[in-house]
Structures are given as C-alpha cells and as structure tokens.
Design a binder for this molecule. Structure first.
Ligand SMILES: NC(=O)c1ccc[n+]([C@@H]2O[C@H](COP(=O)([O-])OP(=O)(O)OC[C@H]3O[C@@H](n4cnc5c(N)ncnc54)[C@H](O)[C@@H]3O)[C@@H](O)[C@H]2O)c1
Ligand SMILES: [Zn+2]
Length: 339
C-alpha cells in the first residue's frame, strides 16, 4: 500500500508493505553516502538488509532507550557525517522506533541546515504514528521533546514484517496510538480493536492509523489548529510519563497515553468500551498518583499557555472536539488517579 502525504513541495510517499525493507534502494536513491541510524535493540538483520542496498552506508548503532534522544546524540551523528565528508546531497536513514526516528530526523534537519531524511520505522508506534508528520526532537533537562524541528522525511518505508521481532508489550504500546487515531478520526478502526484478532488485521490497523494522521497533518502541518487533536490523551499522558513518583512503574509512552485518554472520554459507555480494548491489549487502565505532581508537570508542559490548556475530548468514537480549559479546572479533573 502506498499513501502520499500531500504538503506541497514537502510531499512524500509512505510505503506500507511486507518485505519493503529489502527494497528501499528501489524506492529512493541510496547510491550516495547514507548515515544508517539504528539502536542496540533493533535486530541486526535489519541493519544488514539496509546496508546491503547502500553504495556508501555509514552505520551508527545508538544505545537503545529514551536517553538517546539527547543533544549528545545529535552532536555525535553530525560529527560522524562531517568525518565521513557528507554533503548536502547525502542522506540520513532512520531504522528503528520513535527514539531513533526523532533523533536521526533532528540530526538530518540540522546537518548543513537540512539533508534528505528517510524513515524506516520498525516499531508499531513508529509505523502508526511517529514516522510521519515531520516532528523531530530531543529531550532536555528531563523535559520531553522540548527541542526539535518540523522536518518532513523524503520517504517512509514501513515493513510490517519487522514487527515479528518486537516484544508484545512494545507492540501493544504502539497500538495505543492506533486506538487513539480510531477514537479521534475513524470509528471503524476503533471497532477493529473491539473485534479482536489484531494480528490478522495488523496491516489494516497500520493503514487506517496512518490515514487519520496524514489527513490531520495535511490540514495543519505546524500545529496551529486541528493537529492538536493528535495530542488526545497526551496532556495527562506526558505528565504521567514525566512523573518521578511514577518512575518505578517504567511505563512506555503509549501506555501513558492510553491512561491519559480515559479522563478525556465524555461518555460513560465509550469509556467502558475503551477500557475493554485496553485490557485486551494489555494496556493499563488504572493508576494512582500524586495529583499535585502530575498537575505541576501539566503546567510546565509546552502546551500550557496563558492559564488555559487545550484539551482534546471524545464523546463518540471517530470524532473529537477541542476545549480550552482553565488550568485550575484541570487540577480537579486529574484528581489523585485514573480508574
Ligand atoms: N515524532 C513524533 O511524531 C512522535 C510521535 C509519538 C512518539 N514519539 C516518540 O517516539 C518514542 C517512542 O517510540 P517507540 O515506542 O518506537 O520506542 P523505541 O524507539 O524506544 O523502541 C522500543 C524498543 O524496541 C526496540 N526495537 C525497535 N524495533 C524493533 C524490532 N523490530 N524488533 C525488536 N525490537 C525492536 C528498540 O531498540 C527499543 O528498545 C518516544 O521518544 C516518543 O516521544 C514521536
Ligand atoms: Zn504519542
């Protein structure tokens, strides 16, 4: 399947096909210097598959984990390109999950003020969400994604076969973003989760999730309006993710987002359905926290502006509304836990 992100001169194709990783070289010019960025958790066979197609591939294997999204990594990637004489005609290729994609994409945006970026996502999270849309970033001083750039890839190649090696908890983690996409923009996608048999429907889930995100990003590339809908569940989700008090739970991004969506559902019936889907996927549906700490993260979140915060609310699967909420009301809403 092929989708095209239509953003004028920054348009690009998104190829979603089994076995596509073995054919990247037929889809984009790899006959140049290519920095192939991956991490220690991504099976080596994928790196070998990509390098075999590159005329001058320079592999970089970063440490797996969120800590890799740092300035130190950007410096290292840019220094490696400089050392190998990369010019503006060369390229960066990300091979991994959202961590690799966000860091490699930011390095591509910065090196010589921007060189081609090719994204080959290998986690469900990256295949349904982070690989498209052009958000690249690193974390700084404990604040996630606070420094980054909008920088669209030239091509995205998502090969669902790569998910066969992904641990089940990571598969579900990424599918939380797919459930999110269904809730804000595609009722039939949400219903696919209710029917079960995720494995059987994986390609349709990936495709439909990408369609929801693509449609929103095409309308509002730089998040001045409706792109905020993609933050559904992320306001409280990010606060949970950043909470020191909850660090012992070691929750993944999608798990935090799943929790964060629950208080944003405006119908009791829908909340029951969503909780059932999360339970079936092995995602968390309840958590206790220090409400004051969560609130302090919310206030410092970059999306909190001038005493109000824009929340994304869903009453019926497939549609959303944005609501400007005063911060003090939010404190009451988050309480001391979810579920
Ligand atoms: N740019 C965006 O629009 C956007 C959107 C959502 C999330 N994100 C970011 O994405 C990141 C999370 O991404 P993630 O969930 O993909 O995490 P991740 O990149 O850390 O990958 C999860 C783990 O899976 C391993 N892995 C990757 N592919 C594998 C495979 N095929 N088989 C086995 N193991 C594999 C990785 O090494 C890692 O240990 C966060 O930093 C988040 O902020 C960005
Ligand atoms: Zn997310």
């Amino acid at each position: 399947m092929k989708l095209t992100m239509r953003l004028g001169p920054r348009s690009y194709d998104i190829i979603l096909r089994r076995g596509a990783l073995g054919r990247v070289g037929q889809l984009v010019n790899l006959d140049r210097s290519v920095l192939v960025v991956t991490d220690t958790g991504v099976p080596q066979q994928y790196l070998a598959t990509v390098l075999a197609q590159c005329a001058h591939g320079v592999p970089v294997v970063l440490e797996q984990g969120e800590g890799t999204k740092s300035f130190a990594t950007i410096e290292y990637l840019c220094a490696t390109m400089l050392e190998h004489g990369f010019s503006r005609a060369d390229a960066v290729l990300a091979l991994g999950g959202g961590v690799v994609g966000d860091a490699a994409g930011f390095a591509a945006a910065c090196y010589m003020r921007g060189i081609d970026f090719i994204n080959c996502p290998t986690t469900s999270l990256a295949q349904v969400d982070s690989s498209i849309g052009g958000k690249t970033a690193v974390n700084l001083a404990g604040t996630k994604n606070i420094v980054g750039a909008f920088y669209q890839p030239r091509l995205v190649v998502a090969d669902p076969d790569t998910l066969s090696t992904l641990p089940p908890r990571h598969v579900s983690n990424g599918l939380a973003e797919a459930v999110k996409a269904g809730l804000i923009g595609d009722a039939a996608l949400f219903e696919l989760f209710e029917k079960g048999d995720i494995e059987q429907n994986m390609e349709e889930i990936l495709y439909r999730s990408l369609m929801v995100k693509k449609t929103i990003v095409e309308q509002d590339e730089h998040e001045h309006g409706c792109r905020a809908a993609l933050n559904f569940g992320h306001t409280i989700g990010h606060a949970i993710e950043a909470s020191r008090g909850l660090a012992r739970h070691q929750l993944f991004h999608g798990e935090c987002v799943a929790l964060g969506t629950l208080p944003m559902l405006e119908s009791r019936a829908l909340r029951t359905r969503v909780r059932a889907v999360y339970k079936a996927l092995g995602l968390p549906v309840r958590i206790r926290y220090d409400g004051d700490e969560i609130y302090s993260h919310l206030v410092h979140d970059k999306k909190a502006a001038s005493g109000t915060i824009t929340l994304v609310k869903v009453k019926q699967a497939g549609s959303y509304r944005l609501e400007k909420t005063p911060l003090h009301e939010l404190r009451a809403m988050i309480g001391e836990g979810i579920g």
